[in-house]
Design a protein around this ligand. Structure first.
Ligand code: ARG
Length: 489
């Protein structure tokens, strides 16, 4: 039989070992121990302030909790596997340490509001780390983009040569995507910026608590508005799971590109030795395994979104033990996405770009065909007719193994009399790029505007993250005194 539970009064017999093993969440929620202690420190301070427990008990609970925070930091905290979760472990250790007063800590709260609070605080830090990692990747993309403002490469649609673009334009497209990923995490954090603590089991409490005090001590904007919603809802988990999954999907997209850019037929980039792997059999191989693994981890991240959505489907209010299944998948995916973004920023910032290969590759696939059509439009032809003329010209080139730029004026005249000597300038790839100077287009001038926009969005996000982290650090400092620990997720 397992050890004595905190609620053993009601039970004539102890839990069977298998029941404890099956219901225990310690393997997952022990990582939230620091946040559990912070939640308790805020709670006891509020209980004291509201005169719900007396000052002596409150002070000894506070001292005990601060000692536990120290034990967690130096690894000396002793976990009792016979207690089913992090909350019971912390409370039990406290009571063993300070005696009966420890039993007063659980006044006006329940593990249901505790776990909802701890998890939000854990996720808040994890999401901020994810945003920072995504921002480091964005910075790496911006740096490479800045070096390649006028490096020309083929732009693709349907994986076919479409129109020439600059490498900067291509990389900044990813940077803007990742920017939205970062913003989405911050949006979710704003929505979950309410503290469930004090909602108790489901219905609130009979004690005269002040939830605004605990909320602000823990760095939340305000308390949650409804106690049943507080303990029974996990839309914040769904939302962050989506944010992580979306980031993973976006990471997989750039990884896919880097993998084929790095392949022999393309040769657009070469990944640095330090961020490549070899083959046990083929001595010549240098493989882009980091990018492949990042692409491969998308499955788990998307799976974690499905996992929580299905867990929540049809779940009645308020707390149900099903909710214990809300942690593993998201905790894993948010940490994984953070690591993936960090690894990828190393790959991006160290890869060698082969500008010549990129430029040369624009010779294939009639990448300047739209420009020839646009040229005919400037000569007065409606675009639809110009499209047909160029289509025929391209067919002629394919049949005669020529490129558009290698046609003579006489050959052009088979298709349209409107074509003059100035056509060669109009369809040169560099002018194809330079003339796409619409807002958000690929010209070097438009690209410079994009780079500024991307950088200022990054700075705004970095500011927001810094402010939030500072607020949280101040809270921990206030609750722990000067003994500010480094939080490890
Ligand atoms: N371990 C639980 C969870 O993660 C929290 C404890 C609530 N348990 C309960 N029996 N009310 O959701």
């Amino acid at each position: 039989m397992a050890g004595k539970a905190l609620w053993s009064g009601r039970f004539a017999e102890g839990m069977d070992d298998s029941t404890l093993a099956f219901t225990s969440s310690l393997d997952v929620d022990s990582v939230m121990a620091f946040y559990d202690v912070m939640g308790s420190l805020a709670h006891v301070r509020m209980l004291k302030q509201c005169r719900i427990i007396d000052a002596d008990d409150a002070d000894s609970i506070t001292r005990g909790l601060i000692t536990i925070a120290g034990q967690l930091r130096d690894g000396s905290f002793e976990w009792d596997e016979n207690l089913e979760d992090v909350h019971t472990n912390v409370e039990n250790t406290l009571t063993n340490m300070i005696g009966k007063a420890g039993g007063r800590l659980h006044t006006a709260r329940s593990r249901n509001d505790q776990v909802a609070t701890d998890y939000r605080m854990w996720l808040r830090d994890a999401a901020l780390e994810a945003v920072e990692a995504v921002d480091r990747l964005i910075k790496a993309l911006q740096t490479v983009a800045a070096k390649h403002r006028d490096t020309i490469m083929p732009g693709f649609t349907h994986m076919q040569h479409a129109q020439p673009v600059t490498l900067s334009h291509h990389l900044l497209a990813h940077a803007f995507r990742f920017g939205r990923d970062g913003d989405r995490f911050l949006d979710a954090l704003n929505r979950m910026d309410r503290c469930p603590l004090g909602s108790a089991a489901l219905a609130g409490t009979t004690y005269p608590i002040d939830r605004k005090v605990t909320a602000s001590l823990l760095g939340f904007k305000e308390p949650t508005e409804n106690s049943m919603d507080s303990v029974g809802s996990r839309d914040f988990v769904c939302e962050l799971s989506f944010d992580a999954a979306m980031t993973a999907v976006d990471l997989s997209s750039i990884c896919e590109e880097l993998i084929y850019w790095n392949s022999q037929p393309f040769g657009f980039v070469e990944m640095d030795d330090r961020y490549s792997t070899g083959s046990s059999i083929m001595p010549q191989k240098k493989n882009p395994d980091i990018a492949e693994l990042v692409r491969g981890k998308t499955g788990a991240a998307v799976g974690s979104l499905v996992n929580i959505m299905v867990t929540m489907k049809g779940l009645p209010l308020s707390y149900n033990r099903d909710l214990q299944e809300d942690k593993h998948a998201l905790m894993t995916s948010i940490v994984s996405v953070t690591e993936c973004a960090d690894m990828l920023s190393k790959v991006v910032s160290t890869m060698k770009v082969d500008e010549n290969r990129m430029l040369k590759s624009t010779n294939d696939g009639f990448i300047n065909a739209t420009d020839l059509a646009d040229y005919l439009v400037t000569k007065g032809l409606p675009f639809r007719d110009a499209h047909a003329v160029v289509g025929e010209t391209v067919r002629y080139c394919i049949e005669n193994r020529k490129t558009l730029d290698s046609l003579t004026l006489e050959e052009f005249h088979r298709f349209s009399d409107l074509i003059d000597e100035d056509v060669f300038q109009a369809i040169a790839v560099r002018s194809c790029v330079d003339r796409r100077d619409s807002y958000g287009g690929t010209s070097v001038a438009s690209g410079d505007v994009e780079a500024v926009l991307s950088e200022s969005a990054l700075m705004a996000r970095e500011d927001a993250v810094r402010t939030k982290k500072q607020l949280i650090a101040n809270c921990w400092k206030e609750l722990l005194g000067e003994r500010l620990p480094t939080v490890r997720l």
